[in-house]
Design a protein around this ligand. Structure first.
Ligand code: SAH
Length: 248
């Protein structure tokens, strides 16, 4: 069953129906040749999916009857925020966005650290990638994308740590120089509750001062993913996979 994005205001629970419009309706009718009687899944990107059946299409809009409301459909138990130092190559940044969405990340926060290269990912394009990944992976939530408010300055490492701590998240910093015994599995097992922040550095890695700060001021776990030097996106996805597979 294909998944489409429905605007929350186009869902009418009282009448048990919803309407797909624009690009979403066009994709269903023209590309996938769906028609009355066919089933489809709709996500409102803010926590609900709807199992529907197409009733009719008029003027490029699809009216569907809602057969089942599926709150938090496709969502993991762990609420993970990925705090990622900006990766300067757009293709690698976009790969990270797509794969982290498939792995169930709740939010992705782009930060500047001592060694990040200057790069401002295009917000609209990043959101487009997230939306496509949500449809492909069939989730009720689209991950939040957290950039600096006005896009001019970046979110600093310290500020991201502070807000993650304020949200009650256990902070896990991925560091290739962490002792092998400091495994991410132990760090996640020791986390109280289900809210994590996983922090990944830039291509040049975290500075010693950044690691010290995370540990001393924010009680972060500094963890190793093994002896090999991973690319930031590889480390992020490995850590997310381990976090998502953790059953409390
Ligand atoms: N500092 C290294 C590589 C940095 S890789 C260099 O000089 O090339 C980018 C980020 O990926 C790191 O900051 C870290 O967050 C993460 N990472 C890479 N390999 C890792 C490993 N084996 N264990 C934990 N984190 C790792």
């Amino acid at each position: 069953m294909e998944c489409f994005i429905v605007l929350p205001e186009d869902v009418d629970l009282a009448r048990n129906e919803l309407m797909l419009r624009g690009e979403e309706a066009h994709h269903a009718i023209r590309s996938l040749r769906l028609h009355a009687g066919d089933e489809l899944l709709a996500t409102n990107l803010i926590g609900a999916c709807y199992q529907c059946r197409i009733e009719h299409s008029i003027g490029g809009m699809l009216t569907c009857s809602i057969e089942q409301v599926l709150p938090n459909f496709g969502e993991p138990k762990m609420d993970v925020l990925l705090i990622a130092a900006i990766i300067s190559q757009p293709a690698r940044w976009e790969f990270l966005l797509e794969k982290a969405t498939e792995l169930g990340v709740k939010a992705i926060e782009a930060i500047q650290t001592e060694r990040t290269e200057p790069f401002h990912p295009r917000l609209e394009r990043s959101k487009k990638i997230l939306r496509a990944a949500v449809k492909q992976t069939k989730r009720a939530w689209m991950p939040a994308l957290i950039f600096a408010k006005d896009g001019s300055q970046e979110i600093l490492f310290r500020d991201a740590m502070a807000s993650a701590q304020a949200e009650g998240r256990t902070i896990i910093v991925l560091h290739e120089e962490a002792p092998p015994a400091h495994s991410i599995v132990n760090a996640i097992a020791s986390a109280i509750g289900q809210r994590l922040a996983i922090v990944v550095g830039p291509e040049g890695g975290f500075t010693t001062e950044e690691v010290r700060l995370a540990k001393s001021e924010f009680s972060a776990h500094i963890v190793s993913l093994g002896p090999r030097r991973l690319r930031a996106e590889t480390a992020s996805l490995a850590a997310l996979s381990i976090a998502m597979s953790h059953q409390r």
